[in-house]
Design a protein around this ligand. Structure first.
Ligand SMILES: *[C@@H]1O[C@H](CO)[C@@H](O)[C@H](O)[C@H]1NC(C)=O
Ligand SMILES: *[C@@H]1O[C@H](CO)[C@@H](O)[C@H](O)[C@H]1NC(C)=O
Length: 306
């Protein structure tokens, strides 16, 4: 035990000493503004700085993606050089990047190319979109989608019979916008052997009619009954999905996320870890514009939900 502590301490000390020249170099540069030239200066904006001594400024100088200085335009002019691009914000507001502390980027990115039910505010429209998707699907293949929110059409929860007529040959799975429940059609229920006699799993509900027949709606851990029947998406598809979702996040000003992967209450965390393994390296190399930090935070999840 003591030996380990000693070795660790020695390593930390060695790293610190080795980093000292780097640190000096950094200070030297950052205290010598004459050496710095901004490649971008934003001016004439309302820039929120989070700094009480100057909460708002009108200009900001940037070099290589990092902020050099924030202040009034006059205070930044010395950072301008030949190649400096000056961007007039015309009074627009600038805030630091948003941090979204609960996202599911890969499932979200996959959903972006599936049946889109987000914003649907009428049962007929729900049914119409599924019908259209089925028309474009091969017989027997899964029709997947989601994003529905029953609150938008008065609260009634969807049931398999809404879509069974038009989906006699395709299993269907449509998750709710929060990912905590989903609707299966009767083909999917049959495939997953969910019947009148199926019992609720721990932490989940198979919603049933008053006569004891599954309606198609599966809540939380009950979703585990259907998901293994849906074919796995390939690594490439997952990468594309991650990129799609990341780009959407960036266009909305979200620059950092805490990602819960494909985790939902009652599911194993293992699959989510596997989904992300090897990704950060890939993205750093290929998509240098992405500064999303993929941190998967499962800490304490089990205690929260069970
Ligand atoms: C910035 O400019 C505004 C007016 O343009 C002025 O009121 C303010 O004092 C200036 N702030 C600093 C830090 O120079
Ligand atoms: C399930 O229950 C419903 C309603 O009671 C009934 O109509 C149906 O025949 C039952 N299905 C099976 C396979 O027992």
């Amino acid at each position: 035990m003591n030996l380990y502590t000693l070795i660790s301490a020695t390593i930390v000390l060695a790293i610190s000493l080795l980093s000292l020249p780097l640190l000096n170099h950094y200070w030297f540069n950052s205290t010598s503004p004459r050496l710095l030239t901004a490649d971008l200066i934003l001016k004439n904006g309302v820039i929120f700085t989070s700094d009480v001594s100057l909460p708002f400024a009108d200009s900001m100088a940037v070099q290589n993606g990092r902020i050099l200085r924030v202040g009034n335009y006059s205070a930044l002019q010395e950072l301008a050089g030949d190649g400096t691009k000056i961007l007039n914000l015309d009074g627009k507001i600038v805030v630091p990047g948003f941090i979204d502390s609960h996202v599911h980027l890969i499932p979200g990115g996959l959903q972006m190319v599936r049946v889109e039910l987000r914003g649907v505010n009428h049962k007929d429209e729900f049914v119409r979109r599924v019908k259209e998707a089925v028309r474009n699907s091969k017989k027997g293949s899964w029709v997947l989608g989601g994003g529905w929110n029953n609150d938008l059409w008065g609260g009634e929860l969807p049931v398999a019979s809404w879509i069974d007529d038009m989906t006699p040959h395709n299993p269907v799975w449509l998750s709710r916008m929060d990912g905590h429940m989903g609707l299966a059609n009767s083909v999917a229920l049959q495939l997953a052997q969910i019947t009148n006699f199926s019992q609720d799993p721990n932490g989940g509900t198979i919603v049933k009619t008053s006569h004891g027949e599954p309606t198609g709606l599966l809540i939380d851990a009950a979703m585990k009954l259907i998901l293994p029947w849906i074919p796995e998406v390939s690594v490439d598809e997952r990468r594309e999905a991650l990129l799609r979702a990341s780009n959407l996040a960036l266009t909305r000003g979200v620059t950092t996320v805490v990602d819960f992967g494909r985790y939902f209450p009652g599911a194993s965390v293992q699959l989510s870890w596997e989904d992300f393994s090897g990704f950060s390296q890939h993205f750093d190399r290929v998509y240098r514009v992405l500064y999303l930090i993929f941190s998967i935070l499962f800490y304490g999840m089990e205690e929260i939900y069970i």
